[in-house]
Each structure stands twice: as C-alpha cells, then as structure tokens.
Design a protein around this ligand. Structure first.
Ligand SMILES: *Cc1c(COP(=O)(O)O)cnc(C)c1O
Length: 380
C-alpha cells in the first residue's frame, strides 16, 4: 500500500513475458502506436505525448531541460519534496530560480501566482500536482487559467496523480505534463510519460542553444512518437507491452469511473483515520485521492508501526519524507487498489495501533469507512 510502485494486475505482468520483438517490427509498431494513442486519452490531449525508458524523474528532468536555457527566469512552487526537486533540477539546468515556498501540507493560492507572474518575465512556472511527500493537491486548473494568456509555460508534475485523479492537459492549459508508469497507471517502474503542448514546442524551436541533454531532447523523440517505426533510441519493448495493456484496462474501466473509485476509496480512508483520532498532514479540502499522509499520534514510533504492519499484517505502508520523516506514514490508494484492499489496511492500522498502546476501539475506523462507502457506493 505504498504510493508507488503500486500493485500490478496479472494481465499486465503476463504481457511482460511475451517475446521481445524487434522495435521496428510491424507487430511492435502497432502496439507502440496503440499505447501512444491511448496515452493521449489519459492525458486528455490532442498534442504530442512521449513514452521514454526511465522513471518519473526523467520525465520531470526532460520537461525542464527542453525549455530552460541558462539564465532563464523560472518560478517554482515548493510545497513538498517534489517541488523542492523541481527547483533543484531547474538550478542544475542553469535557470534563474525564484522559489515560491508554501508550508508543507498546504497548497499554493493561485492569487499568489498571479501576483508573482506580473513581477517578472518568467519563461516557465513549475508546479507539482500531488506532492507525494504531503498528499496535498495544488489547484492546477485554476493556475492554468492564469498562465493561459501569458508567455510563461506551465509545467506540471503529475507523477502521483495521472490515471487516478483528473488531469486535463488541453483544457487546463498545461504545456508540459510529466508522469511515470508505476503509480496510478499501475505498470511496473520503468517508463517516463510526457505530454507536450504546441506552445512548449515553439519555445524549444526558438532555443539559442540545442538542448543540453541528448537522450532527453524532445526533437529526437517526437518524430518517433509520430511514426513509431522510426529509430532514435531503442524503446523498452516489453514495458511498452505492459503500458499498452494497462492503458486498455484503464480505458475499459473508464477514466471518470476510475476517478470516482479513487475518490470513494480516499474519502473512506480519510474518514477512517480521522475517526481513530489521527490527523492528516494536508488540509482535508486539498487532500489527494491517490495517497493519504497521516500523522502519528503521540507515543507511536514510526519504525515500530511500520514493522508491525508489515510483519504481522503483511501490509506495507511508506514512511515520511524530508522534514516529515518519522512523523507520519503514507498510504498509497491508487491504480488497482480496491475497497477490500483499503478496508484490510484500515483493520491492520487499528490492530497495530492497539498493539503499540494507542487506544482505539476495535472497528472504529472500519465503521467510518463502511459508512462512507455505502454513501458513495454509486461511485464504485
Ligand atoms: C514518484 C514521484 C516522482 C519521481 O518519480 P520516480 O519514478 O521515482 O523517478 C516525482 N514526482 C512525484 C510527485 C512523485 O510522486
């Protein structure tokens, strides 16, 4: 139950073991083409998408490297570890970085972005949709309305939301959207996924120097994505099978149904932990539907809690990151996670807390979760 890699369906695991075809064979080209077409539906874009061998961080770094030139002014929203990373990556690519710091667990007020963007000529704005260190969801749609009429490019890290929460690349005016395969897309780790707008490509074409990252240069990859029989660098053939299979399963479930399933599971999990007297790290109004970050009550030790959860109940949850290390645990409920997976997790949390001396009446969390499920049974 960690926030990635997530559980992979056996249908997806099975296609990984199919023979590795030539990357330019018609049979593979068909599969690659289908995956690219379906990925556009997941990103909700008519623009270009990219499927590249690497993890989510590669997608994020490609986004930065392709548009940032040395000395470019960029604005980075930092409300968690992955916002911090965005700023680090921008600095590595020699951008002049302005950091818009927000308390961890809170989200940036779009008003603050409006105010900041008029102060300077920013080439790009970088925002993490769901920061996996806090479980808070930035207001991407509202922010996109602000950057829409400016020259500033809007770059969003949706590694922890794409496929589980609404992300509308075209409608929300996202110029580059970065994601990975192993979270709500429910494929093993190994693929970086991107959507790139025309506005972003124009900026790339107008660069004074070539992109300082040969493997990650959009100009090298976009011809391949338009005609997958072309070669630039060998695609991860079996991983593309896996992605293709999972995207088909996602579209069969239906994106809207999938978002509602994630919502119902997230709501019931939040209700359960609150009824046990535990606090969430993010403000509840902005809590993500793909993972929940929960503060430990006084007296409950991180290593003990996760140890008992894993050893006695076989439920793996993640620890806190950065300044939240040791103070919270993180539960991923995205991708293939079902109602029964989350109720089993809630039961395990109740029993673990009791074993560690924290008083919780048996069934408290489960009762709250069930109530929410029954009210939202139309969602699943
Ligand atoms: C997981 C994650 C990343 C990094 O992805 P990797 O696949 O681990 O490289 C970046 N941003 C967010 C929001 C994430 O959740």
């Amino acid at each position: 139950m960690i926030p990635g890699p997530t559980m992979v369906n056996s249908r997806v695991l099975r296609v990984l073991s199919k023979p590795t075809l030539s990357h330019v064979s018609p049979a593979f080209v068909d599969i690659f083409d289908e995956a690219i077409g379906n990925l556009k539906k997941i990103f909700m874009t008519k623009g270009d998408v990219l499927i590249i061998c690497g993890s989510g961080t590669l997608a994020v770094e490609m986004a930065v490297a392709n548009i940032v030139e040395p000395g470019d002014k960029v604005l980075v929203v930092i409300n968690g570890l992955f916002g911090e990373r965005f700023a680090e990556i921008c600095a590595r690519h020699k951008a002049a970085v302005t950091r818009l710091n927000v308390d961890w667990g809170k989200v940036v007020d779009p008003e603050r972005i409006s105010e900041e963007l008029v102060k300077d000529d920013y080439e790009a704005l970088f925002v993490v949709h769901v920061d996996t260190s806090t479980g808070a969801t930035n207001k991407i749609r509202e922010i996109g309305d602000i950057t829409k009429h400016s020259d500033t490019l809007f770059v969003v890290d949706t590694v922890c939301s794409l496929g589980g929460m609404e992300v509308r690349v075209d409608d929300w005016n996202i110029d580059i959207c970065a994601a990975g395969s192993q979270k709500a897309i429910a494929v093993p780790p190994g693929l970086a996924l991107l959507a790139v707008s025309e506005k972003a490509l124009k900026k790339c074409e107008g660069r004074s120097e070539p992109v300082d990252f040969y493997y990650g240069d959009f100009q090298n990859w976009i011809p391949v994505m338009k005609a997958p029989r072309k070669y630039f660098a060998t695609p991860a053939v079996n991983m593309v099978y896996a992605l293709d299979e999972s995207l088909k399963m996602i579209l069969t479930e239906g994106l809207e149904n999938r978002f509602r399933r994630h919502e119902a599971i997230a709501k019931s999990f939040r209700a359960a932990v609150k009824s046990m007297g535990l606090d969430l790290v993010p403000d509840e109004t902005v809590a993500a539907n793909t993972l929940t970050v929960v503060r430990y009550p006084n007296g409950v030790n991180d290593a003990d809690f996760r140890g008992v959860m894993a050893e006695e109940f076989k439920v793996i949850v993640a620890g806190g990151l950065g300044p939240l290390k040791g103070k919270c645990f993180r539960v991923g409920h995205m991708g293939n996670v079902s109602v029964t997976d989350i109720t089993a997790t809630i039961g395990a949390i109740e029993m673990t807390l009791q074993k560690l001396g924290y008083h919780v009446k048996p069934g408290t969390g489960l009762e709250s979760a069930e109530e929410v499920f029954m009210e939202n049974s139309n969602l699943i």
